[in-house]
Design a binder for this molecule. Structure first.
Ligand SMILES: Cc1cc2nc3c(=O)[nH]c(=O)nc-3n(C[C@H](O)[C@H](O)[C@H](O)COP(=O)(O)OP(=O)(O)OC[C@H]3O[C@@H](n4cnc5c(N)ncnc54)[C@H](O)[C@@H]3O)c2cc1C
Length: 350
């Protein structure tokens, strides 16, 4: 191993998919972010697991980019934010706010306050970004998440709302780069953001165009699920709810909510423990600590979002979106709950 900017980088012959397979996938640590699949033509998703489909030249890119192989958080913070965190549980921050999106036509389709959607709309309308990679729904299976590249804010409904399954979000980044976009935004979970930051700060000479990703919006996340386990195993088989009938899923106040047109089902999140994706048990990041701006529901009243501004760019875009009327500010309920969940997530991986 070579150490570059404080990050251990495997040298050419040390690693390839073999190492990814033995140290990450085989150990149940894979979070299916898609970082390995996106940039290597020899790796494909087979049943939502990365699999080598062709001889691996041992280039090591997949292992280097994987958020579960190794990660030096302070080195990334130094490079991205120009400082390391003073707040162990929340990460580098420049203010915490309650806010919500201002478009009344989207209120029913957004997950919480619709801040993520407000930021996407603002950035695309004003030309701050020319594409945003977010997560929509597959045509092939109900509620199966897929990466979507948005270029027009009028399409934003394709990605509103939370989908509680792992999705190879980074594959969407590759699509956006290949399509020639120069100013790309990304919305994703803490593991997705970790992968993108690792790629961004890597000094390996992989020419993949990552510099075109300008803004990363991270979501709070305590845990996620494999589609086959939560949607097929729990919602269909245990709850006996047809996925086609579900209008919204939510995780709020300790419960998992499943809403159909006429019934709302709820179950304690702790009772879903057996369905949690194994790879999520290795994640210590609740608030997407490496993003430019993080958004979650915990810490604000129902119908509002909690926003953690982190980088200069994240701060500017949030302020500009407020000034232009895309987002309005409210009152946070404090940081105790956020810190409590962050502590719990860190302790369970320690
Ligand atoms: C799996 C998961 C677990 C979460 N756990 C928590 C939690 O424990 N506590 C908490 O406070 N908040 C959690 N959140 C975040 C919360 O559900 C909302 O996404 C957040 O509050 C933003 O709300 P919003 O109204 O601004 O979102 P919207 O404006 O509706 O936008 C939602 C955005 O989420 C993205 N998205 C949806 N599903 C996925 C996915 N599977 N992978 C990547 N991106 C996705 C979409 O691209 C969309 O842009 C979780 C989200 C997810 C997807």
């Amino acid at each position: 191993m070579e150490v570059v900017a404080g990050i251990k980088v495997p040298t050419f012959m040390e690693s390839g998919f073999v190492e990814l397979e033995s140290k990450v996938i085989g150990k149940g640590k894979c979070c299916f972010c898609g970082a390995c699949i996106a940039f290597c033509p020899r790796i494909e998703a087979v049943d939502d697991v990365p699999q080598l489909v062709e001889y691996d030249a041992l280039c090591g890119m997949c292992y280097t980019h994987c958020p579960r192989s190794f990660i030096d958080i302070p080195a990334i913070e130094e490079e991205v934010f120009g400082q390391t965190r003073a707040d162990e549980l929340i990460g580098v921050k420049n203010g915490i706010f309650a806010a919500r999106g201002n478009d009344p036509t989207l209120k029913k389709s957004v997950q919480d306050g619709g801040v993520v959607t407000g930021l996407i709309r603002y950035a695309l309308d004003k030309g701050v970004l020319d594409a945003v990679v977010a997560t929509g729904l597959s045509d092939e299976a109900p509620w199966k998440p897929v990466p979507v590249v948005l270029t027009d804010s009028s399409d934003v409904k394709k990605v509103t709302g939370s989908k509680y399954s792992l999705s190879p979000a980074i594959v969407g980044v590759k699509e956006a780069i290949d399509a020639g976009f120069e100013n790309i935004g990304f919305v994703g979970l803490p593991c997705n953001i970790q992968a993108l930051r690792k790629i961004q700060v890597s000094t390996e000479p992989y020419q993949i165009g990552i510099e075109k990703v300008k803004l990363m919006i991270g979501l709070f996340c305590m845990e996620n699920f494999r589609y086959a386990d939560l949607m097929n195993g729990f919602v269909r088989k245990v709850l006996k709810v047809d996925l086609e009938d579900v209008v919204k899923f939510a995780m709020r106040e300790g419960s998992f909510w499943v809403e159909t047109a006429d019934t709302t089902y709820s179950v304690l999140i702790r009772d879903l423990d057996q369905y949690v994706a194994e790879g999520c048990r290795y994640c210590a990041d609740f608030t997407a600590e490496l993003s430019d701006i993080s958004v979650g529901s915990v810490g604000s009243d129902h119908g509002w979002s909690t926003v953690i501004r982190r980088s200069e760019l994240g701060t500017k875009i949030f302020e500009d979106a407020i000034a232009d009327g895309y987002i309005e500010l409210g009152h946070t309920t404090g940081t105790d709950l956020i810190k409590g969940l962050s502590r719990r997530k860190k302790e369970r991986t320690a």
